[in-house]
Design a protein around this ligand. Structure first.
Ligand code: SIN
Length: 288
């Protein structure tokens, strides 16, 4: 097989063909890692991965991070606590086998409410609805590079509070007290603009919109500024909607992307298995 790499859009993404992720040479792994850092997400289609294959490939990128605490706690397949199931499917008792249901999942960076969020996440598509459920990716390095100076000046040197109360489906995380006050909400403070540890390229770091707050402003000023930043970052030239095929694996750089998911028909089945790679460091502020 010959490995090929093709840009997905000018701003983001590399599609890698000619590889079997369950039998990957060191050279092919190095090409994937390089593309992951430089293109923010990597798409590999046509895979046939067991959960053990998915874990073995994930471990080549670093130490695994346990799944996030979701509306029903940590949702994993039996015997695989490091895999996180994203699914609307119900088991024989009528309980969900995974998180996030069939609704929209809003833009977010995975687990940015932690002091050291995962460096990477990946999703592997096992079952898909006939339509809907596309996953969108947002290029936060390109969004920062093209940010108007007036906007940039208002966040320079500032930190943003990232909320850990609600997940991207809008569900309250298990055991967490509901609040819409960013000062009360559990979460972490991170620089508004972070530098990538491998490439040195800066990226806007927004996390998720709900309960977000920019230090040094009133709540109203912060909300207005966040609305402007989000409107800028999510413009079409920075985003890509991925239409899944069974056997697709998408690996994203969680430091330089946000993602969201379209809703889909709740009577259709969608089953995705996800892993995430522990953050090797806290996000580091970009010194312009
Ligand atoms: C996620 O946020 O990891 C879920 C995305 C998806 O279901 O496509």
């Amino acid at each position: 097989m010959t490995l090929t790499i093709t840009d997905v859009t000018p701003a983001i993404g590399a599609e890698i063909a000619g590889v079997d992720l369950s039998r990957l040479s060191d050279a092919a792994f190095a090409a994937i890692e390089h593309a992951w850092h430089r293109r923010a997400f990597v798409l590999v289609r046509g895979q046939r991965l067991s959960d053990d294959d998915l874990l073995a490939f994930s471990r080549r990128l670093g130490e695994l991070d346990p799944p996030p605490n979701q509306e029903k706690g940590r949702m994993s397949p039996p015997g695989y606590p490091d895999i996180y199931v994203v699914s609307n499917v119900l088991d024989a008792k009528g309980e969900p086998i995974g998180a996030l249901g069939a609704g929209e999942a809003v833009w977010h960076t995975d687990m940015s409410y932690l002091d050291a969020p995962p460096d990477a996440s990946m999703l592997y598509a096992l079952e898909l609805p006939p339509t809907g459920g596309d996953t969108w990716f947002c290029a936060m390095q390109a969004a920062f590079a093209e940010m108007p100076e007036a906007l940039n000046a208002r966040i320079r040197g500032r930190r943003i509070k990232h909320d850990g109360t609600y997940n991207s489906g809008g569900y309250l995380r298990q055991g967490v007290t509901a609040t819409d006050d960013p000062h009360q909400a559990p979460g972490a403070w991170h620089p508004a603009v972070c530098v990538h540890p491998a490439t040195g390229v800066p990226a806007l770091y927004l996390g998720r919109r709900r309960n977000s707050y920019i230090e040094g402003y009133t709540r109203a000023e912060s909300d207005a500024l966040l609305d402007a930043l989000w409107a800028h970052a999510t413009q079409p030239q920075f985003t890509y909607a991925h239409r899944w095929q069974v056997g697709d694996l998408v690996l994203w750089d969680n430091r330089t992307t946000m993602h969201r998911r379209d809703p889909f028909d709740s009577t259709a089945r969608r089953v995705m298995h996800r892993t995430q790679i522990k953050g090797s460091a806290k996000p580091v502020a970009y010194a312009a």
